[in-house]
Design a protein around this ligand. Structure first.
Ligand code: NAD
Length: 499
């Protein structure tokens, strides 16, 4: 069951002769292969999308909204199948996989309102006899390059608003888990999307570079690690395209002395270790503030972390998290953990020798909890993207705030406190894009926007919500003059404007 590309309404085999392995992260075995596109294949897919786009862009937005409405029904119908395919390639648990699909689905629901969201502006009488109006038009063909960690949610966050605005989309999913994007493409066709308007081209760097250099592509959305986000932003914008590139994260959770410690410990376990920590909104740094707070927190946290059940998704719904995505990811995470030990942090929950019976070759990493981490250590500075939480003790609230402000990344952060004044101060002063108050994973819902600050985002407009409609459309403003006329002898004459 090798995976090709989804071109002009159907799956086609690649012609480059290049393939990648789709692994089973639980066993470490190759399940099947995915075709990797050459630059020529990418360019052909873009040209076909360009041929299909004008008719789609000319449809009224309510018609496009109806395709989204049909898509909502189809995703719900196929929820179990999508979740199973997602877990099979990514390794996350089935409830987590359903959450991944669900959060994407919510953006499709939002896009049903395309007609409302694309409404323009009108000024009557901007001058004598002059009216002025602005409209939002599609960009044309846009490209979307997506990460492995949310193979349903991330593509849907981009495909749905881009299509709702009347664009054609060429999607380059992660080469590690491409099945769900392929299934979504087939569902869009079933929902009534004309063939060619949504193309999925699987591949790696060669395919991405071809997309970035193709003059037909008007806009590029990227989600992935920061160095690649920065590269894609530079190349896309140098080629005159609009771009929004979302990068990595290191999300801090501040725990004030007055916080409910049970609630805070539960939050760190869910937000730090859920999906094996492979979330851009994972809490990876806990910052207990003040004398004794760290000890009270760790007393609650350690037993909870030790109890986590790590197993394949096929082991049932009580699995807390599954394997990480690849052997390289596992090796990288274990290397960073070792660097933490070598640089002097205290590893209070140590699972470096974690092995799961029957799955010895799987990419499982046991949960790890560090204490006494300092801001100069690699485990603090780097995005680990694994089941590892670092505790950095802060003496005062100001020290904690400064720590977050000084970090390179600014995706999400949270504060746990019973004090409204402190919470309010934190939310208004911190230089991070998404803030939770007693909420560990503050992912905004579909009708707000999602995006980080600092090295977590390159560009300006965010994902989903009103920003996505701005990103995927452009404004045209018309100034029109209709002076009142009088008919004289069957002839039409303009009245002088100032009459
Ligand atoms: P990645 O950067 O390795 O890959 C992302 C995409 O870029 C993939 O499609 C990949 O094929 C492509 N790519 C990788 N290297 C490339 C290169 N040199 N040239 C051209 N294309 C290249 O990221 P990943 O490992 O798939 O995803 C994990 C990362 O994504 C984490 O850093 C995570 O924080 C981030 N992420 C961010 C957000 C957000 O909204 N900020 C959301 C989800 C994930």
């Amino acid at each position: 069951m090798d995976i090709g590309h989804f071109i002009n309404g159907k799956m086609v085999k690649g012609t480059s002769g290049q393939q990648g392995d789709i692994m089973n992260p639980a066993t470490g075995e190759v399940q099947y292969k995915v075709d990797l596109a050459s630059a020529a294949e990418m360019n052909a897919a873009i040209e076909a999308a360009a041929a299909a786009q004008p008719a789609w862009g000319a449809k009224n937005p309510q018609v496009r909204g109806r395709v989204m409405m049909a898509m909502v029904g189809l995703i719900n119908r196929d929820m179990d199948k999508l979740a199973e395919a997602l877990s099979r390639e990514h390794g996350k648990t089935i409830p987590d996989a359903k959450g991944d699909v669900q959060r994407g689905l919510e953006v499709v629901e939002y896009c049903i309102g395309a007609a409302e969201l694309l409404k323009g502006e009108y000024t009557v009488g901007a001058g004598t006899g002059i009216d002025m109006y602005s409209m939002r038009q599609p960009l044309g063909v846009v490209g979307s390059i997506m990460p492995f960690n949310f193979p349903a949610m991330m593509p849907l966050w981009h495909i749905a608003p881009a299509l709702a605005c009347g664009n054609a989309v060429v999607l380059k999913p992660s080469e590690r888990d491409p099945s769900v994007p392929m299934m979504l493409a087939a569902l869009f066709v079933e929902a009534g999307l004309p063939e060619g308007v949504f193309q999925v081209v699987n591949g790696k760097n060669e395919a991405v570079d071809a997309l970035l250099d193709n003059d037909i592509i008007q806009g590029v959305s990227f989600v992935g690690s920061t160095p690649v986000a920065q590269y894609i932003y530079s190349r896309a914008t140098a080629n005159g395209k609009r771009a929004q590139c979302f990068g990595g994260a290191k999300n801090h959770m501040i725990i004030m002395p007055d916080a409910d410690m049970d609630q805070a410990a539960d939050a760190i376990v869910g937000a730090g270790f859920g999906a094996a920590g492979e979330r851009c909104m994972a809490i990876s740094v806990a910052v207990p503030v003040g004398e004794g707070t760290a000890d009270r927190l760790l007393e609650k946290l350690v037993p909870r972390v030790e109890k986590l059940r790590v197993a394949p998704y096929t082991d049932g719904d009580d699995v807390d998290y599954g394997p990480v995505v690849s052997a390289e990811a596992k090796e990288r995470i274990l290397g960073l953990i070792q660097s933490g030990v070598d640089q002097g942090a205290t590893l209070v929950v140590d699972n470096r020798d974690f092995k799961l019976q029957g799955y010895e070759n799987g990419f499982f990493v046991g949960p790890h909890l560090f204490d006494n981490v300092t801001t100069d250590m690699d485990i603090y500075k780097t995005e680990i993207f694994g089941p590892v939480v670092c505790t950095v003790r802060a003496e005062t609230y100001d020290d904690a705030l400064k720590m977050v402000m000084d970090h390179d990344y600014g995706n999400g952060t949270a504060i746990f406190t019973r004090d409204g004044d402190t919470a309010r101060d934190y939310a208004s002063r911190v230089n991070v894009g998404m803030v939770g108050i007693n909420v560990p994973v503050p992912v905004p819902l579909a009708y707000h926007t999602f995006g980080g600050w600092k090295k977590s985002m390159f560009g300006d407009l965010n994902q989903h919500g009103p920003d996505s409609f701005k990103f995927y459309s452009r404004t045209k403003t018309v100034t029109s003059r209709w002076p009142s006329g009088i008919k004289e002898g069957g002839e039409f004459h303009f009245k002088a404007i100032d009459d």
